[in-house]
Write a protein that binds this ligand. Structure first.
Ligand code: FE2
Length: 371
């Protein structure tokens, strides 16, 4: 790699970091400090925590870890540790707020760019964190993923006027159409090159029996039929309105669009729907194998029947708190990505996970069955 391409890579990283930051700031631009500090839900962080956490994570990895510099605010980082501070406690923490929060974000970014100018990030870099710019990709992904959790909360903010496009789009077709997949050996997971999280590796083969999978995600219309037939609970933010249903997001109450994918359903609701439809949820391997044949990807996260567990040859990198501590039977995998997920995050091999009773994420489903 020549000196010029290295400089170009660094310029590209700088642009990508700036673009992600613009997206973060655009999301909160319409809000005042009181709204940033307000706790809207015990399972969602106040936005001020997300903003400080984004900057603190950047400081921790791009300044403290790779350049061995001291933190700007001493021990502050412990209040932004996502594992140490459950969401329900975050509104009460002595975190940065208002003008102090904004200047912290700017100061960290300044230091990040100073360090970026100094480090070697090519394929020969000795530190695996820096090799091929891994740690910068990780930071970008982190900020963009937090943009999505911020959007989960922004749905609860009355009168929020987004600067970015929001919401799902209509699904084509009747929803009855299924894709047939032949049985056999499929390659699953991320290869050794390029950015991926540790939980997407190693790439390995799996044997799948023949199966069918819905061509499109389950729609509001289909979910309403299921509710009326079984008395199942409504997804989050739905309310009865006369004979029909309305949904409230960002303070706006609107009739449900029948042909949009259903969103904000839990794993438990998704499984019950699939049973009612005479089908089942796909495994995450089935989902990944069929991905290229599926329509309307990237509208809603799609629940699978798989527990969030390690792939063969998994090794935690760069820290076990990203995924390893969550492995086990308590979490289910979601695949795909939602309208709120940045395309950079929604890799075909990306694995999201949540507790089966949770529905605050932009979660929907499509069904599968044995062929
Ligand atoms: Fe985080």
């Amino acid at each position: 790699m020549t000196a010029n391409t290295k400089a170009a890579d660094k310029a590209a990283i700088e642009d990508l970091l700036a673009e992600a930051r613009r997206r973060t700031l655009d999301l909160v631009e319409p809000l005042d400090d009181a709204q940033l500090n307000r706790v809207y839900s015990p399972i969602l962080s106040p936005l001020a925590w997300d903003l400080g956490h984004i900057a603190n994570f950047e400081e921790l990895w791009l300044v403290q870890t790779i350049a061995d510099r001291a933190p700007l605010h001493g021990e502050l980082g412990r209040f932004y540790d996502a594992i140490e501070n459950p969401r329900v406690t975050r509104g009460e923490l002595p975190i940065l707020r208002d003008a102090e929060l904004r200047s912290y974000m700017d100061e960290v970014r300044e230091r990040t760019l100073e360090v970026l100018a100094e480090v070697e990030i090519g394929p020969e870099a000795e530190d695996p964190l820096l090799r091929d710019g891994f740690v910068y990709e990780m930071l970008l992904a982190h900020e963009l993923q937090h943009n999505e959790t911020m959007l989960q909360l922004l749905q609860l903010v009355d009168g929020y006027e987004p600067l970015l496009p929001v919401g799902t789009a209509a699904v084509e077709g009747t929803g009855a159409d299924m894709v047939e997949m032949v049985g056999g050996t499929y390659e699953i997971g991320a290869g050794p090159r390029g950015f991926a999280y540790d939980n997407e590796r190693g790439r390995h083969t799996v044997e799948l029996a023949p199966f069918e999978i819905d061509r499109t995600p389950v729609t509001n219309a289909a979910y309403t039929d299921f509710m009326e037939d079984t008395g199942a609970a409504a997804p989050d933010y739905w309310e009865r309105d006369g004979g029909g249903w309305v949904r409230t997001a960002m303070g706006r109450r609107e009739p449900l669009a029948p042909d949009h994918p259903v969103v904000h359903v839990s794993h438990e609701q998704a499984e019950a729907f699939a049973r009612w439809a005479g089908k089942r949820l796909p495994t995450e391997f089935e989902w990944e194998a069929a991905r290229e044949r599926l329509d309307s990807l990237g509208q809603v996260w799609e629940w699978t029947s798989s527990d969030f567990v390690a792939y063969p040859d998994f090794s935690a990198f760069p820290y076990s708190e990203y995924s390893e501590v969550f492995f086990g039977e308590q979490y289910r995998v979601l695949r795909g990505g939602s309208w709120a997920t940045h395309p950079r995050v929604a890799r075909p091999t990306f694995r999201n996970w949540d507790l089966p009773q949770r529905s605050q994420i932009f979660s929907g489903l499509r069904c599968a069955r044995d062929a």
